[in-house]
Design a protein around this ligand. Structure first.
Ligand code: PGA
Length: 252
């Protein structure tokens, strides 16, 4: 089994200075780096400074978002092409992008392709809304998002993609699905990947759980069959809490 992948999504938090102090602190709190790949996703602003600061054998960087065109007249945007060499991973289609900023399946598909074309590993975020879950449409909603996000991707490319299962209703809400519900969702995701790209890709593709992960519940998610790591929001802003999550992943 590969290393557990633990990603901290800082969202629109921490200044450049705070980001630098945070990493310094985190490095002291983490016991060992051998079985875990640790990734932080700061704001675009902090990326260049952190890239100079971090030991890249310990920490990888991720972008929280980017625009899918490589360059041009797109005021305010940052492209995957500009992030090339600066980050290893890039989140795509995070629930907040979909629901606050109205990102469509078409845009998300373009972003997955832009990441791959620029040698970034896309972390495609998928998740059902509260209504979809209540209506028994969870698996269908996840599969639709996989089909939309991974259309026009080859199976070699698909094997590199990371998928994060993040139920929209649980993000930042202090609520989580049961282990059984997470297992079912992840099986639904892998079945769809198998359908599109074959069984081997479905086995190889890394699937993370995210939404209200804390230092206290992290180990219970990592125990669920099919979970290859975690995408952590709120608790990743506290170096102590995030280091505990990493240290737990390390022990498993
Ligand atoms: P949360 O956020 O851990 O604060 O629920 C998760 C995410 O948005 O990736």
């Amino acid at each position: 089994m590969g290393k557990k992948l633990i990603i901290g999504n800082w969202k629109m938090n921490l200044t450049i200075h705070e980001a630098s102090l945070y990493i310094h602190k985190l490095d002291k709190l983490i016991v060992s780096y051998s079985n875990v790949e640790i990734v932080v996703a700061p704001s675009f602003l902090a990326l260049p400074a952190l890239s100079m600061q971090v030991d890249h054998s310990k920490f990888k960087l991720a972008a929280q978002d980017f625009y899918w065109r490589d360059e041009g007249a797109f005021t305010g945007e940052v492209s995957a092409h500009q992030l090339r060499g600066l980050v290893k991973y890039a989140l795509v289609g995070h629930s907040e992008r979909r629901h606050i900023f109205g990102e469509s399946g078409r845009v998300i598909r373009h972003k997955v392709q832009a990441a791959l074309r620029n040698d970034l590993i896309p972390v495609l975020c998928v998740g059902e809304t509260a209504t979809e879950r209540a209506d028994g449409e969870t698996i269908g909603a996840l599969q639709d998002q996989i089909i939309e996000g991974l259309a026009n991707v080859t199976s070699d490319e698909a094997a590199k993609v990371v998928i994060a299962y993040e139920p929209a209703w649980a993000i930042g809400a202090g609520k989580t699905p049961s282990p059984r519900q997470i297992n079912q969702a992840i099986n639904g995701i892998r079945n769809q990947v198998a359908h599109l790209f074959g069984d081997k890709t479905a086995r190889d593709i890394r699937v993370l759980y995210g939404a209200s992960v804390t230092k206290d519940n992290a180990a219970s998610f990592l125990d669920i069959s099919g979970v290859d790591g975690l995408l952590v929001g709120g608790d990743s802003l506290n170096a102590h809490a995030f280091s505990e999550i990493v240290n737990k992943a390390q022990e498993l």
